[in-house]
Unconditional design. Structure first.
Lengths: 221, 221
DNA sequence: TTTGTTATTTTAACAATGCTAAGATAGCTT
DNA sequence: AAGCTATCTTAGCATTGTTAAAATAACAAA
């Protein structure tokens, strides 16, 4: 679907549900902006993601986005939200497709790192917004099927005592930190020999996770 | 020590050893620039760290830095290098002051996260440069007493088999990822209740590390 | 329909940034 | 003293985020 208005030409992605009644002049521009940002992000990486470039990609003037997002940051937040939705979904699938309970948590971890590997720019945006604030990324702790809650629930399924809240929170945080740490490291090419030695990248991820007990020593706390 | 040349006034940090024979006009400008960058970083955070601001802080013209660093990135690399030196030193101290072998690795981990907590902007710079390249941050794997090597050596001291190189690399990577992940998360205020419940921030760090065995299940590999 | 209100978009402008090319300056070498 | 070269400044360019003001188009009421 292609609109032409004044001298700007731009495309509008097909409307989803009735997400929001179609606004005034040009269809759903805020969604078009988010899509344009995602397109730019995949094509050129995070450094190319300027507000003006997004507007250009969407076919509107440099100031147009400011009527839909107060800030460049607010647009990036919207992009990040989509990323979190995708990640939550990927974790859900990994969780369902794991054979036995014992492997479920490792499967979650591998799925997490694979997501970061497959969408590196998006993953960056998902965290960059939160680094300045002192809040966790959106939807990480709040939603029912948020990534965080999925990890916590999986821990309970695997035998963690849901009554010991502190221990459960610590374990969930530990899993989260481990996955995030590996996600940020995994692309370093210093790991290439290890990956080939182990046969695949996923095997490398799994191998790292298998060693995650190191900090605990051998005793059980 | 204060120089005044043309209309720019700037300070030069006291010379260290004979790091490099004192250059031409204004003393050791490249060091002065790095110091200025560090000062700005601590005072205003990473977003305020523009090359022009650094030049301003150092009392030179906006183009002066380009005779000492080919890029903004190259200056940031130099700043990051100092950060890695500091971190390596902090890890070394933590390693020496740990009572028994068993606690050494946890002490290293806590020291790592404390460094990131105490120098958040510097820590950001230390990794930001490496995210674009696909290389690990400078000096992480190369130097003798690099942070990476210290972790690996500590693992060997704690009983890891130095002959099984793959397992040792995996374990070192696991420890590194865990520490980095926690370092990036630790500032989120969602953890405040946990920190107070456990008495201190360090206790929280230790608590997370103690749960790091989760990915391994209970069996030993 | 006409009129008015309001939401959306454009144009134009500002300050700031990274960086480069040209000239000035000062130290070193001969 | 003359020349060379490294260092620094001045000016300038393209780009960025953001704002203010003007234009445009949808809608609601008369």
């Amino acid at each position: 679907m292609i609109f032409t208005a004044s001298r700007y030409t731009f495309t509008v992605s097909p409307m989803r549900e009735s997400a929001a009644a179609r606004p005034y002049h040009h269809g759903d521009l805020s969604r078009a902006l988010i899509d344009a940002a995602r397109r730019l992000l995949e094509a050129e990486g995070p450094s190319a993601l300027s507000l003006r470039a997004v507007a250009r990609e969407a076919g509107v003037s440099p100031a147009a986005p400011y009527h839909h997002f107060k800030d460049k940051g607010e647009l990036l937040e919207a992009v990040a939200d989509q990323g979190w939705d995708m990640l939550n979904q990927a974790l859900g699938e990994a969780r369902r497709s794991a054979d036995n309970v014992r492997d479920k948590l490792a499967a979650l971890g591998v799925a997490y790192v694979c997501f970061a590997r497959d969408h590196p720019s998006l993953y960056r945006v998902m965290y960059d917004g939160s680094r300045d604030k002192e809040d966790m990324p959106a939807h990480v702790k709040l939603d029912h099927d948020s990534a965080y809650c999925q990890v916590r629930d999986t821990l309970v399924e695997a035998g963690a005592d849901p009554a010991d809240e502190i221990s459960l929170e610590l374990a969930t945080t530990a899993a989260w930190c481990a996955a995030h740490g590996l996600a940020e490291m995994a692309a370093f090419k210093q790991f290439d020999p290890l990956k080939t030695a182990l046969g695949s990248e996923e095997a490398f991820f799994r191998g790292v996770f298998e060693h995650m007990k190191i900090f605990a020593g051998d005793s059980d706390s």
